[in-house]
Design a protein around this ligand. Structure first.
Ligand code: GLA
Length: 376
């Protein structure tokens, strides 16, 4: 019995070592790099990460962006389920943050002003009276340095952006890093680390749009959404939170059990009218492994969102209008994609009751979000 177990253990260990070294070698080979363009004298690349299932994601170091996610439906047919452009020109001309990492402050800051340690800072206004997504030349529009990671279990690429002090009005020489890992379980793990040499404010997210039929195929009103959030942050007419944390109970914002996006989006509920649909931060309960889920009954594709961030913005593509032509010539129409931007709450620098978004030199900001794809 004992001997049998030992043999079994040894065999298991050998298989594991074999798999591990094989996985490690493969991880290196499973990232290919090609030229994508150049911007402000810096080279821009397109990275293709292939996992053991043969499924791929594509990334670029311009904006540390997810360009493509190609995953199977329940019959094994693969499709790209995220918005992106075929060429680098698309990224230069597009302004809707497809797949980009957004900073230094993702989402809105009211009237482009905040006060930190008794100093008032003024930001560029790029969204009516407010600042959106780090301003016009935020982190989404910068060339990040890139490193294909070696000796990892899965294909992985690390992007780094060194933000100079006061760029786009934010204090601090800030170093932002994001590592994308594409696992054999079709998870995109996004590990962020941000440091500063001076007290500042930070909110970082990825702004991927999803359509589980395939990007550019119909709208997302027939997608079923679950969000484990008992409250959300209502907004004013400029989409700035009022400061209220409103319980979702009894409202069209209650996604604690799954609902189709289109089921209640047209209701005359004050916040749906103000937002032109869903464009709101949900206050996550952060109690279960999966914080949000999207399911497309027609293809069977499922997206799970797992995060340690306190909030998530559900944005239902209300500003899409068919002017963007994406990968494979697909046109992105009104409400043809949805975003689940994991984040701190919008306008937190001006909202004392919201969780703090102050980044200090003493403590790096570490956060992780996973987008996991499957079928059922
Ligand atoms: C965020 C905002 C939306 C919109 C998109 C980009 O999700 O909340 O209002 O600005 O970005 O178009």
């Amino acid at each position: 019995m004992k001997t049998g177990r030992l043999i079994l253990l040894t065999a298991t260990a050998l298989v594991m070592i074999g798999l591990d070294s094989c996985g490690t070698n493969k991880a290196k080979e499973m990232v290919t790099t090609e030229d994508f363009g150049s911007f402000e004298g810096k080279e821009v690349f397109l990275y293709t990460l292939t996992n053991k299932q043969g499924d791929i994601i594509k990334l670029t170091n311009y904006g540390a962006t997810i360009v493509e996610i190609s995953v199977p439906d329940r019959d094994g047919n693969k499709a790209n389920v995220t918005f992106g452009y075929d060429s680098f020109d698309g990224y230069l001309n597009g302004d809707l943050y497809f797949g980009k990492v957004v900073g230094q402050y993702a989402n809105r800051i009211a009237k482009g002003k905040f006060t930190l340690d008794d100093v008032e800072y003024t930001l560029a206004l790029n969204n009516g009276p407010n600042t959106l997504h780090g301003g016009p030349t935020g982190w989404h529009s910068r060339v990040w340095t890139a490193e294909v990671l070696k000796n990892t279990d899965y294909p992985a690429v690390k992007f780094t952006y060194n933000k100079p002090d006061m760029e786009e009005g934010y204090p601090g020489n800030v170093v932002a890093e994001v590592v994308y890992t594409w696992t054999d379980d079709n998870e995109i793990i996004m590990d962020y680390k941000v440091t500063t040499d001076r007290r500042t404010v930070l909110n970082i997210t990825n702004h991927a749009y999803f359509n589980l039929h395939g990007a550019g195929v119909g709208d997302i009103l027939d997608h079923e959404v679950l969000i484990r959030a008992s409250a959300f942050t209502p907004v004013d007419s400029t989409l700035i939170p009022t400061g209220e944390l409103r319980p979702v109970e009894g409202t069209p914002f209650d996604f604690r059990t799954p609902h189709l996006v289109g089921e209640r989006i047209g209701e005359e509920y004050d916040q749906l009218v103000l937002g032109g649909g869903y464009d709101h931060n949900f206050v996550l309960d952060n109690v279960e492994q999966v914080d949000a889920e999207v399911y497309d009954p027609s293809t069977g594709r499922v997206l799970q969102v797992i995060t340690d961030q306190p909030g998530v913005q559900l944005y239902t593509g209300n500003f899409l209008n068919g002017t963007q032509t994406g990968r494979g010539g697909k046109v992105y129409q009104y409400r043809s994609g949805l975003c689940l931007e994991t984040q701190h709450y919008p306008d937190s620098p001006n909202q004392a009751s919201f969780p703090s978004v102050i980044l200090t030199p003493e403590e790096p900001f570490l956060t992780s979000t996973t987008y996991k794809f499957g079928v059922r």
